[in-house]
Design a protein around this ligand. Structure first.
Ligand code: IDP
Ligand code: MG
Length: 151
């Protein structure tokens, strides 16, 4: 087994969001079902309508991009489910479950590929967010679960 695919047995946590499109369409349970079916544990769960301040922190890396303002409008426009998931390599694993950012290109079998589509908007509505690295996960978990309610 190559180094890059070796299981280092480190339990990770990742921040997952069911975005407002997924919440509105009643897909929260389906997303959580896929996470649990994969074998990851749900360590924290919250339903909320995020304000722009929280979203600006969460999406700081995208500030200035053409889809940034539409992204904040979209994400602040309804309720989301925020979850912390847990398991060995769950950051990479959930990104694989989610599929490509563009829901049209996302492969069938993935959350975005099975459940998402292009609606002709300035921002891609693609059902879920998942942290992309251990550093992002730690930063994002602190943004969405700031009060240390996480065990
Ligand atoms: P990711 O969610 O797959 O990590 P990011 O590049 O971090 O993708 O972008 C954050 C979110 O911004 C995406 O999930 C999508 O909703 C939106 N987005 C990203 N790139 C584009 C784009 O080129 N056009 C429209 N929306 C985009
Ligand atoms: Mg991202």
């Amino acid at each position: 087994m190559s180094e890059s695919t070796a299981n280092t047995s480190s339990v990770e946590r990742s921040l997952v969001l069911v975005k407002p499109d997924g919440f509105r369409r009643g897909l929260t349970g389906e997303v959580l079902r896929r996470i649990e079916a994969k074998g990851y544990t749900i360590a924290a769960l919250a339903v909320l309508t995020p304000d722009r301040e929280r979203l600006a922190k969460h999406y700081a890396e995208h500030e200035g991009k053409p889809f940034y303002e539409p992204l904040l409008d979209f994400m602040s426009g309804g309720r989301v489910t925020a979850a912390v998931i847990e398991g060995e390599r769950c950051i990479e694993g959930f990104r694989a479950l989610a599929g490509a950012t563009d829901p049209t290109a996302a492969l069938p079998g993935t959350i975005r590929g099975d459940l998402g589509r292009d609606w002709g908007e300035k921002v891609q509505q693609n059902i879920v967010h998942g942290s992309d690295s251990p550093e992002s996960a730690a930063r994002e978990i602190a943004i969405w679960f700031p009060d240390g309610a996480l065990n």
